[in-house]
Design a protein around this ligand. Structure first.
Ligand code: PGA
Length: 248
């Protein structure tokens, strides 16, 4: 089955609203054919990015959300609020959320279910740490995270989920997984989803972790790598365009 490649930029805690709008306008002018593209601005820049992206192929995703519809959750934002801001989707379970902000598998699961229920698209991020890889726990960790993140979803919701495989040791480190290492993890995840939900061939699986214009093509050429989730190199529109072009 041919899956349409998907390249998303995770801006993390970067860019003001005017910077986000300027980026989206520049990026939207040159989106390669045949590739889905998105940016994930911080909450304060979502509305500006949505405004600039209107009528263009650029989708706008939030970097996090809360699973409840509303309530006494100081500092949190719900799926309904993201929809209200015109956002298309949400990134859930990024390793920085898991490692720095106490995100659990249970929380990730609840967030993914709530996002789908509200009609947001979902990128679900998974990945092992260096210690876990060295201890030969990579597949155990990926299985736990994938099982939890997709738990309770319908097959169509699973198929509509994008998985981002991001080995924690490759994020922001300049250490990219080799194409073979990444491909092995992607094939494992796809097989797992096929076994659990029967839609493994439909799910897009992005690679993330120090993807740059210079290494994107060899990663995206792997049969089970369907694009990328890009951090540092997504802050420059020309770099993100070059990476998206490599996914065609
Ligand atoms: P990086 O980040 O491309 O800067 O390694 C990837 C990510 O955290 O999504």
């Amino acid at each position: 089955m041919s899956r349409r490649p998907f390249v998303a930029g995770n801006w993390k805690m970067h860019k003001t609203a005017p910077e986000a709008a300027a980026f989206v306008s520049a990026f939207a002018a040159d989106v390669p054919e045949g590739v889905d593209v998105a940016v994930c601005p911080p909450f304060t820049a979502l509305a500006a990015a949505v405004g600039a992206a209107r009528g263009t192929p650029v989708a706008v995703y939030a970097q996090n959300m809360h699973q409840a519809e509303s309530g006494a959750f100081t500092g949190e934002v719900s799926a309904g609020m993201l929809l209200d801001a015109g956002v298309d989707g949400v990134l859930i379970g990024h390793s920085e959320r898991r490692q720095l902000f106490g995100e659990t598998d249970e929380g990730v699961s609840a967030k993914a279910a709530a996002a789908h229920a509200q009609g947001l698209r979902v990128i679900l991020a998974v990945g092992e740490t260096a210690e876990e890889r060295e201890a030969a726990l990579t597949e155990i960790v990926l299985e736990r995270q994938v099982r939890a993140g997709l738990d309770g979803l319908t097959p169509d919701q699973v198929a509509a989920t994008t998985i981002a495989y991001e080995p924690v040791w490759a994020i922001g480190t300049g250490l990219t997984a080799t194409p073979d290492t990444a491909q092995a993890a992607h094939a494992f995840i796809r097989g797992l989803i096929e076994g659990l939900h029967g839609v493994g061939e439909r799910v897009r699986i992005q690679y993330g972790g120090s993807v740059k214009p210079g290494n994107a093509a060899e990663l995206f050429a792997q049969p089970d790598i369907d694009g990328g989730l890009i951090g540092g190199a997504s802050l420059d529109p020309a770099d993100l365009t070059a990476i998206a072009a490599a996914a065609r």
